[in-house]
Design a protein around this ligand. Structure first.
Ligand SMILES: Cc1cc2nc3c(=O)[nH]c(=O)nc-3n(C[C@H](O)[C@H](O)[C@H](O)COP(=O)(O)OP(=O)(O)OC[C@H]3O[C@@H](n4cnc5c(N)ncnc54)[C@H](O)[C@@H]3O)c2cc1C
Length: 860
């Protein structure tokens, strides 16, 4: 209300230099102004000499030399990089001098402005157009006249009035002095445990940096998830990396009080009754505007203490501008609403607008704040822009949303990492209202594109049509942003009925959960009360036999994409269908691998070195390698790993998931954890101790049953023989695995299925030259262009001998595993979607482990 009142008066606000029509002509016109003006220079006083203040001073000095500019700053420093402070504490930034972008002397010299540091402005006398300031070093008062005043005093960290808050080990971080003091404490030998209170951007940065220097870190957050600025299901992505890196999370618990245990030790009491004893507590629970100067001078502030300004940053006194953390502005998404956003880039932008307007009387108007921000927690990145779902819901604004996961760059190019993006949009117009993205690579780029889209008022339709950079190392033919736009369009077009929460409680007879992931995924990570109908098998399945009754079939997959495809197949076949948005990635996050005592993956952790019972943690990064690359790398590591080693492996080859199990068994390792997060496979292996033993039946020469058969050949008679043996071995009991490699892969090809994308020329040649499946295999002798094979089939039929299709069906019925060698597939250009159903992908380790387990091992 107050703000509307302020803006209502805007037409009466006089511009300081009202004759100047265009910013483009600023130099010429300001020269003209200089002539027009009296000899006396106009005096500009700027309160605060960091982000907003220093930028305003610089811009004014570049536009004109006819103004006498004085910057007054309370602290000893001007124009320093507040955003870099946590990174110096963690020594990611090593040189402290790099944080001081300017010194008072360099600022004064470069810009031709007066700089008074260690000086605090204590009051503004608007009638007299003077400010009163205090020289904090000399303890002297001074008075300065101004024609224009720019306020950029920022916001100070919140320090609630509570017991124990004044303890010398309860600190906040805002400026270089705060940073130096925290740095002084954390570098003391006795400072081991630190509590960070508040899991917003600065809190998370502090946590990461404190772990970097080996502290035991507790993170206290009053809400159920870290980074409350994002929606909970997106913030949750950061929990596992924080825990896995040894951060002790105390969520949904609020700070109650501090207790002094000694001069250097403090107890942090929480609402839950828990308390944490630490050597340092860092408060990162938000900021409050430093607006008392303004309010005491009768300038308008909102009920929360933020100064209200118009779009040229003028307060209700046209000669006084305010910028940065201290002001309330329009919201960029809903300009009829007000918002407060404390960000360095925004302070810079506003300072330039204020300076332009002050000097020229013209400027681009400030369009509003969007709040685009980003944070990293141990390589995991979460970024956001615009409105989140919580806020839209709270303000009762209609919205629609979808969440997708897609690779940051071409999935086939090494190191492809997924990005999960949630997008919020107007259900009627499709206008983009906000987005959040999580991932390891490429998150910033995507959120920046969405921020640009929101600024331009674009819709989700336009996101789907955006032409963004694409080359395999950088992007995909369909970028994450395009995919998000397409998924949103599918919802708007009614092509998908979205379901936003996975409910695995026993369903009534109205909804049936359909897990469309591959069988191995369903086996490894089953979804309660679901049926497993792999997407790849849907089109060849007689649906009427498996989907019975007038139910809604809710499809679920890992990322939401094949669930959507499946949902369309079901809908096209006349079934009611819905899709779990975001898939299992979003709805069932992998449990963090809680580090046992002594396991701490943070680099160069001094406290770690001191622990006596530590296992040696070896990180093995196999991402971007395809089979057998990950196994070779792993093998290399285990030969040099000490006996107590814990191997933490990451890989992106899908075949690795089954390979690593087999590898562990074959090499006497315990598979402690195997999860897939956004397509990245994380496995933890530990050498088995004696007590865990080994599977005696497999290694000690016990009566081993079953068979492992390598089908190398595509020749009809040899393939027939291998299936006869396989079926026989299965009938006698014991596991049977048929491992198809090179020409043998052709047995598994389904002639009806085509690759999703066209193949490169050589692969395409292979594709056409090789036999397409069981019905087209040549005979090893007397083939005569296929006539021999047909004759053989005829003879076998007449003699009532088993035919190949029946043997294959029988093998499937007996649960014989068909494993296609991923390396040979790559070599021969055969894609998984061309194979018959029920084929697993695997590698050498899979074969070797099967061979070790079984009594018979044949190569055909
Ligand atoms: C640790 C940390 C990390 C951050 N990281 C990021 C980030 O990654 N990205 C991002 O966009 N933003 C970040 N920010 C926020 C960003 O620094 C602020 O939004 C920005 O500095 C605000 O600019 P400002 O000019 O309004 O205030 P400030 O830059 O805080 O400057 C205000 C100055 O005014 C002085 N002052 C106040 N009152 C008086 C007075 N009466 N007399 C004289 N001087 C006075 C203060 O001493 C202060 O130095 C971070 C902030 C902190 C503290």
């Amino acid at each position: 209300m107050m703000l509307l009142h302020t803006f209502g008066k805007r037409s009466k606000v006089t511009s300081p230099a009202k004759s100047l029509p265009s910013l483009n002509r600023v130099f010429a016109l300001s020269t003209q102004n200089e002539k027009d003006r009296s000899e006396k220079k106009k005096r500009v006083v700027i309160v605060g000499g960091v982000a907003g203040g220093a930028t305003a001073a610089a811009r004014i000095s570049r536009l004109t030399s006819s103004y006498d500019v004085t910057v007054i700053e309370r602290s000893p420093d001007v124009s320093f990089a507040n955003c870099g402070l946590p990174y110096y504490i963690g020594r990611e930034i090593i040189d402290r001098n790099r944080l001081a972008l300017q010194t008072p002397v360099s600022l004064s010299r470069q810009l031709g402005v007066n700089v008074k540091t260690n000086t605090e402005v204590t009051s503004i006398e608007r009638q007299k157009k003077t400010i009163i300031a205090k020289d904090l070093k000399e303890n002297k008062e001074l008075t300065l006249d101004y024609d224009y005043l720019i306020l950029s005093p920022g916001a100070s960290p919140i320090q609630p009035k509570m017991e124990g808050i004044n303890h010398s080990r309860v600190l906040t971080l805002r400026n270089l002095q705060d940073m130096d003091y925290i740095d002084h404490i954390v570098t003391q030998r006795d400072c081991k445990e630190v509590v960070v209170i508040g899991a917003g951007f600065i809190g998370l940065e502090m946590v990461e940096q404190l772990k970097r220097i080996g502290k035991d870190v507790h993170l206290v957050e009053g809400t159920p998830t870290v980074l409350p600025q994002a929606d909970p299901e997106m913030s949750e992505f950061l929990h596992a990396p924080l825990i896995e890196n040894g951060v002790q999370l105390h969520l949904n618990d609020k700070l109650k009080s501090f207790e002094k245990l000694s001069e250097s030790r403090v107890r942090v009491n929480l609402d839950s009754g828990r308390s944490i004893d630490a050597d340092l507590a860092v408060l990162c629970i938000g900021v409050k505007p430093e607006s008392s100067l303004a309010s005491n001078a009768g300038l308008n502030v909102n009920p929360r203490g933020y100064i209200t300004v118009n779009e040229y940053m003028q307060t209700n006194d046209p000669n006084i501008y305010a910028v940065g953390d201290v002001i309330e502005t329009k919201d960029l998404v809903f300009p009829e609403r007000q918002t407060t956003v404390a960000l360095g880039n925004i302070a810079n932008m506003q300072a330039r607008i204020a300076a332009d307007h002050l000097v020229t009387g013209k400027s681009l108007p400030y369009r509003g704040s969007l709040g685009t921000s980003i944070v990293r927690a141990f390589d995991n990145v979460l970024a956001l822009t615009g409105w989140n779902e919580k806020r839209l819901k709270a303000e009762k604004i209609p919205y629609s949303t979808t969440t997708i996961t897609a690779y940051a760059h071409a999935s086939y190019y090494p190191g492809a990492m997924p990005v999960t993006m949630k997008i919020l949009f107007d259900p009627t117009t499709g206008r983009v209202l906000g987005a959040q993205a999580y991932g390891i690579d490429g998150v910033d780029k995507r959120i920046d594109v969405i921020a640009a889209a929101i600024t331009g008022g674009l819709t989700v339709d336009e996101l789907s049509l955006m032409q963004l950079t694409y080359s395999p190392p950088f992007g995909s033919a369909r970028d994450v942003v395009n995919v998000a736009g397409l998924a949103a369009r599918n919802i708007r077009d009614g092509l998908v009925k979205p379901v936003y929460e996975l409910d695995t409680s026993a369903k009534d007879d109205k909804v049936q959960l359909v897990d469309v992931r591959p069988r191995e995924s369903a086996r490894n990570n089953p979804i309660p009360n679901s049926i497993n109908l792999p997407y790849t098998e849907l089109r060849s399945t007689d649906l009427s036999k498996v989907l019975q009754g007038d139910k809604e079939y809710q499809t679920i997959c890992a990322w939401g994409k094949t669930a959507y495809f499946s949902s369309r197949i079901l809908a096209n076949a006349g079934y009611k269908s819905s899709t779990l948005i975001g898939g299992m990635t979003l709805n069932s996050k992998p449990k963090p691998i809680v580090p046992s005592k002594g396991i701490d993956s943070s680099p160069s952790s001094p406290s770690e070195e001191k622990k006596t019972d530590a296992s040696t943690v070896i990180s093995v990064d196999c991402s971007g390698l395809s089979c057998p690359g990950p196994l070779l790398k792993l093998k290399e590591q285990i030969t040099v790993a000490p006996a107590n080693a814990l191997l933490k492996i990451t890989a992106t080859d899908p075949g690795f998931k089954s390979d690593v199990k087999a590898f562990a068994e074959a090499n006497n390792f315990l598979l402690k954890e195997l999860t897939t997060t956004k397509g990245v496979i994380h496995a933890t292996l530990q050498k088995k101790g004696r007590e865990e033993g080994h599977d005696v039946a497999n290694t000690a020469g016990g009566a081993r049953k079953g068979a492992t058969i390598v089908c190398f050949s595509e020749e009809f008679d040899k393939v027939l023989a291998s299936f006869v043996i396989a079926n026989g071995a299965a009938a006698m009991g014991g596991p049977v695995t048929m491992f198809f490699t090179f020409w043998g892969l052709n047995v598994l090809r389904d002639p009806q299925r085509t690759p999703k994308e066209s193949k490169p020329i050589i692969d395409s040649m292979f594709h056409h030259m090789m036999p397409k499946g069981k019905d087209h295999l040549p005979l090893s002798h007397f083939n005569f262009g296929g006539m021999g094979a047909e004759l053989m089939k005829y003879v076998m039929k007449n003699k009532h001998l088993p035919n190949l299709p029946d043997l294959i069906a029988s093998a499937k019925a007996q649960n014989i595993r068909f494993v296609a060698c991923t390396m040979s597939m790559e070599a021969m250009g055969i894609r998984s979607e061309e194979l018959i159903d029920g084929v697993e992908l695997g590698g050498v380790a899979d074969y070797l482990a099967s061979a070790e387990k079984t009594g018979t091992n044949l190569f055909i």
